[in-house]
Write a protein that binds this ligand. Structure first.
Ligand code: HEM
Length: 403
């Protein structure tokens, strides 16, 4: 006879605790995962091992709880609500498959490779002004502009709009984080309105002069009839532009923080560029910028002899999932770890569409920076963001040796 989840004796955890980041976050999660594979959170449960996390991400009996978060934030109508309803993360079934079929060919590993020369150019242009100075506040000078400029290039948007894109992305991403949605709804709504206006004009320009960018590809799919309509087109562009900025920025900043505090590994990387793909995987494993995601059960689910009723919120922890069955816990780019175990990009039908592009961006950045910034070290206090939504870094002062 399965046990009802509500009757289980479980450790408690509050994923909305905004004081939790850095070492305290690591310690808390290690401790929780050592005690149980499941924790109780204020509105549901949190999975802590990999298999359980992947099970809840893959089950067809669950959906991303975007509409629930919207309802909690009192977002019932208006542009933000429309955007939330149409965001690809909130679409399931045949419609979702159709949208992914349109996006996937533009995000294969080979498709991502095509943009590597552009990534190198962007990085060089950001690095040149600071290279000789031997110090920088890395978030402002590189981590922030680099993904925005890259995604603008991939989408066929002007580079001069990249910083506006960055601003919109940072705000619109907060729709996935209930406390921010509740406290900053107006600002998020404004970002959606501004983005739609800007995007309509961009789509219009691409309609008149198509290129080999993603927006032109999607417009061609729209022209083929019922594969994509106008509203879906603008929202797909939003999903990709918004999904690909804050995430990669934060992951690159955490990568540099980790290397600045592990100088021997930075030195190894500078000497041996073949280590770069492993280094990126290790950063994604060790400090996922998406430490949590969530699902809302639409049907009753039985798992490990426990019943979870329909309507249950299940959060999935990739931070602890990434450490399950992957060898030594410490950050080590030379460790021999099993392939394909990183949960940072999710699992199942909503697995990150931009994972190959993000990996390529991070690889190009680390390859170049490991050579350009020998002797990398912290140069002041690091200001970490919170682990809710995207776990970012607000300030990362770095220094390195100049010749
Ligand atoms: C290090 C960088 C990134 C991380 C850690 C990341 C993480 C994730 C995760 C965890 C999900 C799934 C969420 C869930 O199922 O609940 C996701 C989905 C998604 N990501 Fe990323 N992402 C990154 C970069 C990107 C980039 C570069 C793009 C765009 C080019 C992108 C676009 C998207 C989109 C559109 C989805 C929704 C997919 C769907 O619903 O089918 N992401 N991402």
């Amino acid at each position: 006879m399965p046990t009802a989840a509500a009757t289980l004796d479980l450790p408690d955890f509050d994923p909305a605790d905004i004081t939790l980041n850095g070492t305290a976050f690591h310690d808390t999660m290690h401790d929780l995962a050592a005690r149980s594979w499941l924790a109780r959170i204020p509105f549901g449960y949190l999975t802590l091992d990999r298999e359980a996390g992947e099970f809840f991400l893959r089950t067809r009996a669950a959906t991303f709880p975007g509409q629930l978060i919207a309802a909690l934030g009192g977002v019932e109508d208006g542009p933000l609500r429309q955007e939330i309803d149409r965001n690809i993360l909130h679409v399931d079934g045949a419609d979702h498959q159709r949208l992914r079929n349109l996006l996937n060919p533009s995000f294969t590993p080979r498709a991502a490779d095509r943009w590597r020369p552009a990534m190198r150019e962007i990085l060089a242009s950001l690095l040149d002004p600071i290279r000789a100075s031997g110090s920088t506040e890395f978030v402002e000078t590189i981590a922030k502009p680099y993904p925005s400029l890259t995604i603008a290039t991939v989408m066929g948007a002007p580079a001069t709009d990249a910083m506006r894109l960055h601003e919109w992305s940072a705000w619109i991403q907060r729709q996935f984080d209930a406390p921010s949605l509740i406290s900053q709804r107006d600002r998020i709504e404004q970002a959606v309105v501004e983005f739609y206006e800007w995007c309509d004009a961009l789509i219009d320009r691409r309609r008149r002069s198509p290129g080999d960018d993603l927006i032109s590809t999607l417009i061609a799919a729209e022209a083929e009839g019922d594969r994509l309509n106008d509203v879906e087109l603008v929202n797909l562009v939003l999903d990709v532009l918004i999904g690909g900025v804050d995430t990669t920025q934060s992951q690159l900043a955490h990568a540099m923080r980790l290397f600045a505090t592990h100088p021997e590994q930075w030195q190894l990387l500078g000497k041996d560029p073949e280590l770069v793909p492993r280094a990126v995987d290790e950063v994604l494993r060790h400090e996922p910028v998406t430490p949590f995601t969530a699902r809302l059960l639409v049907d009753e689910v039985e798992y490990r002899d426990i019943t979870f009723p329909a309507g249950t919120l299940v959060m999935v922890c990739s931070f602890t999932g990434n450490r399950d069955g992957t060898g030594p816990a410490e950050f080590d780019i030379t460790a021999d770890r099993p392939a394909g175990r990183v949960m940072t990009f999710g699992a199942g039908i909503h697995f990150c569409v931009g994972a190959n592009l993000a990996r390529a961006e991070l690889q190009e950045a680390l390859r170049l920076l490991a050579v350009a910034m020998p002797g990398l070290r912290l140069d002041g206090d690091v200001v970490l963001g919170t682990v809710q939504g995207i776990y970012g870094i607000e300030r990362l002062p770095l220094a390195w040796d100049t010749a």
